[in-house]
Design a protein around this ligand. Structure first.
Ligand code: ATP
Ligand code: MG
Length: 290
């Protein structure tokens, strides 16, 4: 659980805190400056420690996740990538004995504040897992489930429209439009993963977390998901864990390298892959360990 002082550590305290107003903020005082000023981070993590029982898995992770970018988390097995990803939508809450310390804000608001409804948080910060995990329901119901429980559809036509547009945005509609009422588990692995992406998109998230989303897929299905991730960045903020260095280089704008529970280096993907600051980063991306 968070320390008592956690909420006090968070510097933003109003709904609009952390969002820049282009009309009033000095940073945007000229068009020329606008071109170089980056958007404020969507997610800010500061000093995040995670423990499983008495064992510490993450040590003081500081990272700013930028909106409308793909951020890749890389590093050897067991370094804490999934653990960190789960901190971002409080999925660690459901792991017995797991405790999180530090501060994580979404649009400037502490996601670990007592007032936060985790069901609502997980709709804003959706997740796609390594192994496609459709519900044992039809293709249609897999996608309709979230909008139904969050009350996003006013009637059946509205729900149909949400299901269709989510499948379309996930690049799956053409392949399944005649099998909407067949079981989701009957699709191919790559189709199931896109169904899970459609399911995540259907509740209108702002951030999508993906934990090795292509590791169970063949190169063709992988390439479809990578294209989709690239398109989705226009509308969402994406954080992806991957063991595939080429994939990180292809799909992400920023990369964070983790090692032994610490975030070692974070920066623009091209810099991390061509000219990293840290020897450990270079050794990992060139295949010397991991
Ligand atoms: N539910 C859990 N209970 C106890 N320890 C855990 C749990 N989940 C992860 N750990 C431990 O926390 C550390 C980080 O694990 P994590 O799964 O975050 O690593 P990872 O970087 O995602 O690895 P991989 O690339 O193999 O998926 C490891 O030492 C792991 O054994
Ligand atoms: Mg993992």
């Amino acid at each position: 659980m968070f320390r008592e002082n956690m909420e006090a550590d968070v510097t933003f305290d109003s709904d609009d805190a952390g969002r820049f107003d282009p009309d009033t903020d000095d940073a945007y005082s000229s068009t020329e400056e606008m071109a170089v000023v980056e958007s404020p981070p969507k997610i800010i993590s500061r000093g995040v420690d995670v423990f499983y029982g008495d064992t510490q898995a993450l040590f003081g992770v500081d990272i700013d996740i930028r909106p409308n970018e793909v951020t890749a988390l890389i590093g050897p097995s067991g370094c804490g990538k999934s653990t960190f990803l789960r901190c971002l939508n409080r999925m660690n809450d459901i792991i017995d004995g797991c405790s999180v310390r530090g501060s994580i804000t979404l649009d400037g608001r502490d996601i670990y504040a007592k007032s936060v409804d985790t069901v609502h948080l997980r709709a804003r910060v959706g997740m796609v897992f390594q192994k496609p995990n459709p519900f044992p329901k039809s293709v249609y119901d897999n996608v309709a489930y979230g909008p139904k429980i969050h009350g996003l559809a006013t009637d059946k036509d509205d729900l149909d429209a949400i299901v269709h547009s989510s499948l379309e945005r996930a690049g799956l509609l053409d392949e399944v439009k005649d099998r909407l009422h067949e079981p989701g588990t009957g699709l191919s692995g790559g189709q199931q993963q896109r169904l899970c992406i459609a399911r995540a998109i259907a509740v209108e998230p702002e951030v999508i977390l993906m934990d090795e989303p292509c590791s169970a897929l063949d190169p063709i299905a992988t390439s479809k998901i990578e294209d989709l991730i690239d398109e989705m960045r226009n509308n969402y903020t994406i954080v992806i864990v991957t063991h595939n260095m080429q994939q990180a280089a292809r799909v992400s704008q920023r990369t964070a390298f983790f090692h032994l529970g610490k975030m070692i280096e974070y920066g623009h993907t091209d810099t991390i892959f061509t000219n990293p600051n840290e020897v450990r980063t270079r050794d990992y991306i060139t295949g010397r360990f991991g």
